[in-house]
Design a protein around this ligand. Sequence first.
Ligand SMILES: [Fe+2]
Length: 415
Amino acid sequence: MIARVNDEAKLSVLDALFDGAASDLRDGHWAHAEHRVHHGSPDRFGALFDVARIADVQSLVRRHVGNITGSLRAPDGTVRDLHHLTADDALHLYDCGATLHVDTIHGHDLDAGAFGAAGAYGLGAMCGALARELGLAPDLLRTVAFAARRPGPGSPVHADNKDIFVVHVGGAKKWTIGPNRDVDRAVDNVWPWSPKGPTGLRRSARPAIDVELRPGSVLFLPRGHWHATEVTGEDCVALTIGFERPPWARVVATALYNILLESGDFREPIGSAWGDAAQRAEVERRAEAVRAALLQRIAELPPSALIDMAFAETAPTYERVRTTRVILHRDGDARWIAEILSPLCRSELEVDEPEVHRMLTWIASRDAPFSAADLGGAADVRDASAVAGLLEELTALGVVDRAPILGRRRSAFFG
Ligand SMILES: [Fe+2]
């Protein structure tokens, strides 16, 4: 029932993967959905990506430009990972029973569209379309191709920090899955069988549902669910598309870091917090002022800033253009004219709001780079959009230039 397509707008990736039986996932309920398995014809994957290029382990490994990890299981059940393998080492380990994790393979699309058969999405575009259907940023997506062969034993019980879609393209693998009642909303991967893992869970984590995936099968497994796998067919290859959804704690902390970096008060070094008692007392006094400023800043924030600023990557800052002069003339009781004189041109800006007057006056005397928050704070203007609008206009008029960033922002993307 899934037609091959030439235009991504015509194809739902979820419909293609689940033969049209996953509209609830697309409608936004996927985040609380249970696991689901669908067995269909492997031919439908051809509308999405070049299956043969992933199913051929030799070719997949030899062409890969990113990390390849080999996982080996010791007789006592513990698993050791060897990272950054060369293609030769990876293939030798594969022959000896290691499971290979070929990481971030959707990046292959960037080199010569290697995974896109004619008329299909290609792997990268497919993943981007899937992210849009699920309402997620494409940057939160990670694709890993897993390759294993008998006597490779598969993976011991563990839980991942991602919601995953497993698209099975070769061989056969038994998955034992089940909800996780041992760890409440773990933020990180839970690997009881890794050398430093929570060994206390090795015996208690007992997923109970067996599912065999074969070519054409798709499994959706929510984040945190226990699962273990066993290779049941030769040359078992599957594509896993994982979506990492950052916890609120990380989103809010990252957003606040980025927002506070815009203010000189919060870029100030902490001081001698590890010094003597007097130095420590001084830092604590400063911390009290910082806390008050923090609470005020948080109270002013629109809720959307806590999301948007978590994913912002550059903090624009500005500096006054020294060769441009701004002269303010009063024009009536409540109005001013800002005369802007640059070596190339002269222009005028009507100023009928006292806030704009204060901002222009502050910029005219400013010698160091500044952020929008610095300007708003100095001119006592709370409306961030008014500050941003003026800076945009002044940049176009050559009064200010964008300056090197004052603080490096973080991104909530991880994994
Ligand atoms: Fe896993």
